[in-house]
Design a protein around this ligand. Structure first.
Ligand SMILES: [Zn+2]
Length: 259
């Protein structure tokens, strides 16, 4: 039975991964995700349903286009596979019962994939994944808890949003250029919604530590590319969410023995 659930979640995840890939590669280009249907980026041949089965189509065609035999980016396979694995990981961590932790974890992991694709490739975080995540988390708060929990979460989100907006205004003024993207600020609302104010602040601090090695490596390798901040904010959020109980214990420990 457990094996069946993992299999189902994995397949479910690969289908979602496939959708996230289309959304976050077409969205930043202002292309519709419905029309035209999927096509090969080389020969523009429209793809049939059997060319679009997550993972399997890629494997059966040996990573090449069914029609022109040009190599297809490994990114498709990687995104579908990782989303499937992350859905299974969420179930491994918070299953088997249908809990708040489980559904939020799946939602959070999905947002991670969305942001990794669009922000690393195009330096953009689309509004739609942020909006859908916010609505889902709010619905889960009401469904599993109560109205009061929802209001506290929204206020936490708004406070983190305002905090990041202030940092942006100061940063823009100090560096005379855009210091933080609008997507990063909207994302901090989602972080507050999921983690609450205190842990949300911890996530924002942790994200700068996570971004630092990437920025350093970028500079070291002589690539003067911009550093997207979104992937590090959402990664920090996911890390704190998954290690939440351990993290709270550590904080309590520190507060008791230091203060
Ligand atoms: Zn082709």
């Amino acid at each position: 039975m457990q094996g069946f659930v993992y299999f189902f979640l994995f397949v479910f995840g690969t289908v979602f991964g496939s959708f996230f890939h289309v959304l976050n590669t077409r969205g930043p280009m202002n292309e519709s995700i419905i029309k035209p249907g999927s096509y090969c980026s080389d020969c523009k041949h429209a793809l049939k349903w059997y060319d679009l089965i997550p993972l399997l189509s890629y494997l059966f065609n040996g990573g090449k286009c069914h029609y022109c035999k040009k190599k297809i980016s490994f990114e498709y396979f990687a995104v579908e596979f990782s989303t499937g694995m992350l859905f299974c990981l969420a179930y491994y961590l918070y299953g088997p019962s249908f809990s708040y932790e489980l559904v939020v974890c799946i939602t959070l992991f999905s947002l991670c994939i969305n942001i990794y694709i669009s922000d690393f490739k195009y330096y953009i975080i689309l509004d739609s994944p942020l909006l859908v995540t916010s609505i889902l988390v709010m619905v889960f708060k009401i469904f599993f808890f109560d109205f009061k929990t929802l209001i506290i979460a929204i206020v936490s989100g708004l406070m983190l949003f305002t905090f990041m907006l202030l940092i942006k205004k100061i940063g823009d003024f100090a560096f005379k250029r855009e210091s933080l993207g609008g997507g990063d600020i909207k994302l901090s609302f989602v972080v507050g919604l999921i983690l609450g104010l205190r842990l949300g602040l911890c996530a924002l601090i942790l994200s700068t530590f996570l971004a630092f090695p990437y920025a350093f490596l970028n500079l070291f390798l002589g690539q003067k590319k911009e550093v997207p901040f979104g992937p590090f904010i959402i990664s920090a959020c996911a890390i704190i969410y998954v290690f939440l109980p351990k993290f709270v214990n550590l904080l309590n420990y520190l507060f008791i023995y230091i203060m």
